[in-house]
Design a protein around this ligand. Structure first.
Ligand code: KIV
Length: 267
C-alpha cells in the first residue's frame, strides 16, 4: 500500500496489516523533509507546548498557535495527511464553541482531521464533529492535557478497573465515528487487546509493539533534547550533538577569522 492519503487508507492499512507511521511536526522546513520521506502522516501536536515553546505541559497551547503551526506545516507538506491537535479548553466549554473552533482549524489550515483527548465524556463531541464532516482521531491512555488530574505523566491502564474503562472508551470512540485512536503510555498487553478489538487503527506512543501504527514527537526522535530519554523513545539521530558542534565551529571560525572565506565573498 502506498502512503496514506485519507481516512479510508487508515482503515485499509489496518486491514492489510501494514503499520502506519506518524510523526509530529510544527514547522515548514521539517514538513518539507517529511514530505521527501515515506512517512504516512503528520500530527501538529500540542506537544509543541513542550517541544517548541519550552513549557512543562501542553496546557498553555492555544487554538491560535495550533492554527498558525498547522498552516505552516501544510505549506511544507501540501499533499500529506495532517492531523491538527485540539488544544486544552478548545473542545471543553460547549458543543457550539467546539464546532466553531474545529471549523476554524479545518478552514484556515487545510488540516485533514483533528485529534482530541478523552474517552466517554467526549463521545458526543466526536459524533457531532464527524456529522459535520470533520474527521476525528481519538486519544486515550496518558492524555497530557489532564496531567494535573492524573497526577503526573505515568503509564495508564495498569489496574483492572482502569483497563476495563479504557477498553470501553476505545469502543465508544470507534462507534462515535473516530477514524483512528492514539494510545499513549499504555501497557503493551492492553494496547494489543484494544488494537485487536477495534476496526479502526490504533497509533501507539509508549504503547508497545502491537498497535497498528506508531507516532513520535519529531524533536524526540531526532534527539534534539539530550535530557529527555524515556524508555519508549528511540532516538534516530543526535541533533543536539550535531547542532551544538556546528554552532561551536561557526563561533570559532568567526572569532578566528576563518569565516567568511574566499568562496563566501562577493567580488
Ligand atoms: O501532541 C502530541 O504530539 C501528541 C502525540 C504525543 C500523540 O498528542
Amino acid at each position: 500500500m502506498a502512503r496514506i492519503r485519507n481516512i479510508n487508507d487508515f482503515r485499509k492499512a489496518k486491514q492489510e496489516k501494514r503499520p502506519i507511521s506518524m510523526v509530529t511536526c510544527y514547522e515548514y522546513q521539517f514538513a518539507r523533509i517529511i514530505r521527501e520521506t515515506e512517512i504516512d502522516s503528520i500530527l501538529v501536536g500540542d506537544s509543541m507546548g513542550n517541544a517548541v515553546q519550552g513549557h512543562p505541559t501542553t496546557i498553555p497551547v492555544t487554538l491560535e498557535q495550533i492554527i498558525y503551526h498547522t498552516e505552516i506545516v501544510r505549506r511544507g507538506a501540501p499533499d500529506l495527511f495532517i492531523v491538527a491537535d485540539l488544544p486544552f479548553m478548545s473542545y471543553h466549554v460547549s458543543l457550539e464553541d467546539t464546532m466553531r473552533n474545529c471549523g476554524r482549524l479545518m478552514k484556515e489550515t487545510g488540516a485533514n482531521a483533528v485529534k482530541l483527548e478523552g474517552g466517554r465524556d467526549f463521545v458526543k463531541t466526536v459524533g457531532s464533529l464527524v456529522k459535520a464532516s470533520i474527521p476525528v482521531m481519538g486519544h486515550l491512555g496518558l492524555t497530557p492535557q489532564s496531567v494535573h488530574k492524573l497526577g503526573g505523566y505515568s503509564i495508564q491502564g495498569r489496574e483492572e478497573e482502569k483497563r476495563k474503562i479504557m477498553l470501553e472508551d476505545a469502543k465508544m470512540l470507534q462507534e462515535a465515528g473516530a477514524f483512528a485512536l492514539v494510545l499513549e503510555m499504555v501497557p503493551e498487553s492492553l494496547a494489543t487487546e484494544i488494537s485487536s478489538m477495534l476496526e479502526i487503527p490504533t497509533i501507539g506512543i509508549g504503547a508497545g509493539r502491537h498497535c497498528d501504527g506508531q507516532v513520535l514527537v519529531i524533536t524526540d526522535l531526532l534527539g534534539l533534547d539530550d535530557s529527555f530519554n524515556p524508555k519508549f523513545l528511540k532516538k534516530y539521530a543526535n541533533l543536539h550533538r550535531t547542532v551544538k558542534k556546528a554552532l561551536k565551529t561557526y563561533h570559532e571560525e568567526v572569532t578566528s577569522g576563518a569565516f567568511p572565506a574566499e568562496e563566501n565573498v562577493f567580488k
